[in-house]
Design a protein around this ligand. Structure first.
Ligand code: C5P
Length: 233
């Protein structure tokens, strides 16, 4: 069954931990991204783990293989449950990431899933700054097929692409989908959006939702409504 991941895009850990406490029991996963991790570092991960959450560290590593290997090794050492790199980094970078993951995981614990970002869900047709670029969905599918060949555990993709990716890469290959917008919510800066129901119907395994939950009058009720919509499929 698909699981909900709430993006804790906050400037400090006090705000992130307060939101996490509010969502506890309804939301199994939280996501720590660039803003929060840059401000607070590993301590916020420890705090969220102590609250009982599974943690997705969303730093989208993209560098030379040796640097990415070290970054994923450090992430695995922190005990996060999921981490990501960019698929565009290619085969050697992807393989180095898997190597770093194996090196860093504390003995006796489960290694984190290593996912590859395909195309950001904020990118639409024409946004890729490349002449004659393929469509975002074509790019996402091609990058996912490559990520699977390189031995990664799955991809970050739009719900619009999840079905084709599962068909091409197998049902066990993880599709994690941001750009989720309940029918009544604003799109914000996202472009390739789907509703929670559409994402689950298309095969997404993890749905990442930020502002529609954290910006709601009642975040708990917003999260509960999304979980119910996911379960109704
Ligand atoms: O607030 P919203 O629901 O748009 O948040 C989506 C979250 O998912 C953000 O933290 C963003 O950084 C992240 N994300 C994304 N698209 C990707 C990868 C991550 O929107 N391809």
């Amino acid at each position: 069954m698909a699981e909900l991941v709430v993006a804790l895009d906050y400037k400090d850990s006090a705000s992130a931990l307060a939101m996490a406490r509010e969502l506890k029991g309804v939301v199994p996963w939280v996501k720590v991204g660039l803003e929060l991790f840059t401000a607070e570092g590993p301590a916020v991960i420890t705090g969220l783990k102590e609250l009982g959450f599974k943690v997705f560290l969303d730093l989208k590593f993209f560098d030379i293989p040796n640097t990415v290997q070290g970054a994923v090794r450090s992430a695995a050492r922190l005990g996060v449950d999921m981490v990501n790199i960019h698929a565009l980094g290619g085969e050697r970078m992807a393989k180095a990431a898997m190597q770093g993951c194996a090196e860093g995981v504390p003995s006796g614990t489960k290694p984190p899933f290593v996912l590859a970002v395909t195309m950001l869900t904020s990118m639409a047709e024409g946004d890729l700054p490349v002449e004659n670029a393929p469509s975002p969905s074509e790019m996402a599918l091609d990058l996912a097929v490559k990520a699977e060949q390189y031995g990664l555990n799955g991809v970050v993709c739009s719900g619009l692409e999840a079905e084709a990716i599962k068909d091409a890469c197998g049902q066990k290959f993880i599709c994690l989908t941001p750009g989720i917008r309940p029918a009544s919510a604003a799109g914000d800066d996202q472009r390739r959006v789907v509703t929670p129901a559409q994402a689950v119907r298309n095969g997404s395994d993890y749905l990442v939702v930020g502002r529609p939950v954290t910006g709601a009058a009642s975040p708990l009720e917003a999260a509960q409504a999304i979980v119910e919509e996911m379960r109704s499929i």
